[in-house]
Design a protein around this ligand. Structure first.
Ligand SMILES: Cc1cc2nc3c(=O)[nH]c(=O)nc-3n(C[C@H](O)[C@H](O)[C@H](O)COP(=O)(O)OP(=O)(O)OC[C@H]3O[C@@H](n4cnc5c(N)ncnc54)[C@H](O)[C@@H]3O)c2cc1C
Length: 370
């Protein structure tokens, strides 16, 4: 970082105050970094934010979730972020509350919770399709167990990230298993949770999302607001500067692929070693200086659809960067380190996180030309 005297200086700028940006900012701050979070809206939270009509709270982007079972990914993430004491899951307990009804005939299928239980319920509703149901559920379990994606305890082990099911659609798999359109509809019904139709999602990503939802579904007391409050408490504790109504307007003094100064929308200059975007790539393109980007990169991002989809990107931050900062955090796939044993032994989570943690990270330097 250049010596610019009076400019505000940070290790990291995190752009976007939704759950991704909040998580990113907090993990970095817990890791000893000086962080500023920029949110262009009037308040942080993004899609986690609720709105009220006649005093009734309505959630926009957070209604229910899987992953709250013991040792599941959300339970572990909240522990790591020290937010587990502030978030209270309220489990949907009865299959009566998780039913799928065919409007045309009134046929009703209840989906209870737990792997065996839900599979058995499906088999009892579709006895002639027992093999199809068993294959569907075992294929999901196998995928999640064999590829490291939704299990933070073993995310850093040497499991492959992808499987052949990343290259086949949910629709193809269901078609190969059964001709029963009702069964296919029920098995595909949870695709509403990620907003893509069965022919547009890989069976692997479908599996990653529904895996936790078949085990349990929970709402959270006070909905998205509970997360926002818990994040605020932790961001405050770890000294993250949060600026709302704020974004990057331009970048100046770019040398050797490094931005010297970030100019905010109110004209204030900032300096930072790294800038991490948690916003839509097309929005990032509006901010990055086009003269420093490859044409190929710009064309690719411009071609992105405004669709709903999800991807996971893992990176490991190295403890030593605090002593000797590298120009940017190295993106690695998976290392041989495992958190599993350490979490099992209830080691202090923060200490573990200082050594190794995984992040959804998008690093500015990857967009800039050499
Ligand atoms: C209708 C709907 C229902 C959903 N229901 C559920 C559910 O029940 N359970 C569940 O788990 N998930 C649900 N989701 C998904 C979940 O809400 C999202 O995956 C998650 O909130 C995305 O978080 P994010 O931080 O990536 O993005 P966002 O929440 O969109 O946050 C991005 C933030 O970046 C800010 N920003 C944008 N551009 C800039 C800029 N240039 N500078 C600074 N800030 C900027 C935005 O203002 C925003 O605050 C739902 C989503 C939708 C749309």
């Amino acid at each position: 970082m250049k010596n610019m005297g009076k400019n505000e200086c940070y290790d990291n700028i995190v752009v976007g105050g939704g759950v991704s940006g909040l998580t990113m900012a907090l993990l970095l701050a817990m890791n000893g970094r000086k962080v500023i979070l920029l949110e262009k809206g009037p308040a942080i939270g993004g899609s986690l934010r609720r709105f009220y009509r006649q005093g009734v709270p309505l959630d926009t982007g957070f209604h229910f979730t899987g992953g709250f079972s013991e040792e599941a990914i959300l339970t572990d993430m909240l522990k790591i972020l020290s937010m587990d004491k502030d978030i209270f899951p309220e489990f949907v307990k009865s299959a009566e509350d998780n039913q799928f009804i065919f409007e045309s005939t009134g046929d009703c299928h209840k989906l209870p919770f737990g792997w065996l239980t839900v599979a058995n319920a499906m088999i009892s509703d579709f006895p002639d399709e027992a093999d199809a149901v068993t294959s569907y559920f075992s294929r999901i379990r196998k995928l999640v167990q064999e590829t490291g994606a939704m299990d933070i305890r073993s995310i850093l082990t040497e499991r492959p990230l992808q499987s052949k099911d990343d290259f086949v659609t949910l629709a193809d798999v269901l078609d190969s298993l059964t001709d029963d359109i009702r069964l296919k509809s029920i098995l595909a019904s949870l695709s509403m949770c990620y907003g893509s139709e069965p022919s547009a999602i890989s069976f692997a990503n479908h599996s990653r999302v529904v895996y936790g939802l078949y085990q349990s579904i929970a709402r959270v007391k006070n909905g998205g607001d509970a997360f926002i409050r818990a994040f605020k408490k932790q961001l405050d504790k770890f000294g993250v500067t949060v600026r709302t109504n704020s974004s990057i307007k331009s970048m100046e003094e770019i040398e050797n692929r490094t931005v010297g100064i970030f100019i905010l929308n109110d004209g204030k200059p900032l300096q930072a070693k790294e800038c991490i975007f948690t916003i839509h790539p097309k929005e990032v393109l509006k901010i990055l200086p086009s003269e420093h980007l490859t044409r190929a990169f710009q064309k690719r991002v411009e071609s992105f659809e405004r669709s709903i989809g999800f991807f996971l990107f893992f990176s490991r931050l190295n403890l030593h960067f605090r002593l000797k900062p590298p120009p940017y955090v190295k993106i690695k796939s998976l290392s041989t380190v495992t958190l599993h044993g350490q979490l099992q032994r209830s080691a202090p989570i923060i200490k573990i996180m200082r050594m190794h943690f995984t992040l959804v990270i998008w690093h500015l330097n990857h967009f800039l030309l050499p």
